[in-house]
Design a protein around this ligand. Structure first.
Ligand code: NAD
Ligand code: UFG
Length: 336
């Protein structure tokens, strides 16, 4: 299939472009490069040997989208484009609602006008809030989000579901990611955050490479096995493959589908530090700090539904996630 990949120059997008090419699909990337470098797509070419069609465009620009879709005649869209920094979203709610929600509405309108009523949307475990139970199944009620970023994901799930309900010729696949880490085995593409990383693994790799002095562990008084927060870390290549398999549901005209993409295993912050040190041989100095506002104690998936319905299962364990995150950081100490 010919697939419009919004945000395809970013972390998860670039890995998905590789897997789409590997599976024989034809990706067409649009990205405004607000949080990415086009270099990621040059690296994709090195990995796959294929040129990637790329348009520098903003999903809020309906005229640009229309021109691109007139030309490219895509079958479906995998929609990664969006702002994703939780803390920043608290300070800049308008920018988050504008970029993520207005952007998605403009995108959906353009897809509809071009007869490509098929979308796979990057949602997040954040929609479960402080989950009612773990492991979290797709039936777990959605919770209250603690920041505008989370609300954009929750609201966009609702918006896309309503659109599909009103017009069942849409296929809408909502993929709820848990915590993506790792990088492509080549060490050529990976996570490349701007400024001080918000997320645990890029912070750890920047400590390891000497860019940051030490990790601050946000609280060790949670109700978990060692008091630090527990999350379901998933290798980005596994996550990328989940998108390729989700295209099957579009081919089957499955309508609205929701899947968790996680491993089903929870690791604490200190488990991650220990696994990283064992996998790489690099020591990570850390201090225990205050809890981070809005954080929850425990979040991990039941990934059974994706296994049963998509035939998808995470293949990589925590050791490879740590090794691969480190390889990209070590090979690219200053990013792309
Ligand atoms: P990323 O920032 O690396 O990728 C997002 C890409 O979208 C970037 O390349 C950015 O330049 C682009 N973009 C942003 N706004 C745009 C716009 N208006 N028009 C065109 N391009 C735009 O982030 P990622 O980690 O690859 O995340 C991809 C998606 O997955 C996002 O929607 C994110 O919210 C979601 N998600 C990420 C995580 C995570 O922990 N990484 C977890 C759950 C969900
Ligand atoms: N943590 C630290 N120190 C740090 C960074 C993080 O101790 O410097 C801890 C956090 O407190 C948490 C764990 O590491 O316990 C993971 O934190 P991340 O920021 O890496 O990830 P979150 O689970 O908070 O959130 C991430 C994304 C969200 C997404 C969610 C999906 O940032 O956008 O995963 O589960 F919704």
């Amino acid at each position: 299939m010919k697939i419009l990949v919004t945000g395809g120059a970013g972390f998860i997008g670039s890995h998905t472009v590789v897997e789409l090419i590997n599976a024989g699909h034809e990706p067409v990337v649009i990205d405004n490069l607000s949080n990415a470098s086009a270099e990621s797509l040059n690296r994709v070419k090195k990995i796959t040997g294929k040129d990637v069609t790329f348009y520098k465009a903003d999903i809020r620009d309906g005229a640009a989208l229309s021109d691109i879709l007139d030309k490219e005649k895509v079958d479906a869209c995998i929609h990664f484009a969006g702002l994703k920094a939780v803390g920043e979203s608290v300070a800049k709610p308008w920018e988050y609602y504008d970029n993520n929600i207005a952007g998605t509405l403009t995108l959906v309108d353009a897809l509809k006008k071009h007869g490509a009523k098929n979308i796979i949307f990057s949602s997040s475990a954040t929609v479960y809030g402080d989950p009612a139970f773990v492991p979290i199944t797709e039936e777990c009620p959605k919770g209250s989000c603690t920041n505008p970023y989370g609300w954009t994901k929750s609201m966009l799930e609702q918006i896309l579901s309503d659109i599909q309900k009103a017009d069942p010729s849409w296929n809408v696949i909502l993929l709820r990611y848990f915590n993506p880490i790792g990088a492509h085995k080549s060490g050529l593409i990976g996570e490349n955050p701007n400024g001080i990383p918000n997320n645990l693994m890029p912070y750890i790799t920047q400590v390891a490479v000497g860019k940051r002095e030490k990790l601050t562990v946000f609280g060790n008084d949670y109700d978990t096995h060692d008091g630090t927060g527990v999350r379901d870390y998933i290798h980005v290549v596994d996550l990328a493959k989940g998108h390729v398999l989700a295209l099957k549901k579009i081919e089957e005209n499955a309508g609205l589908k929701i899947y968790n993409l996680g491993t089903g295993v929870g690791y604490s912050v200190l488990d991650i530090v220990k696994n990283f040190e064992e996998a790489t041989g690099v020591k990570i100095p850390y201090v225990i700090g205050e809890r981070r506002p809005g954080d929850i104690a425990t979040c991990y998936a039941s990934a059974k539904k994706a296994e049963e319905e998509l035939g998808w299962k995470a293949e990589y364990g925590i050791k490879e996630m740590c090794e691969d995150s480190w390889r990209f950081q070590k090979n690219n100490p200053a990013g792309y």
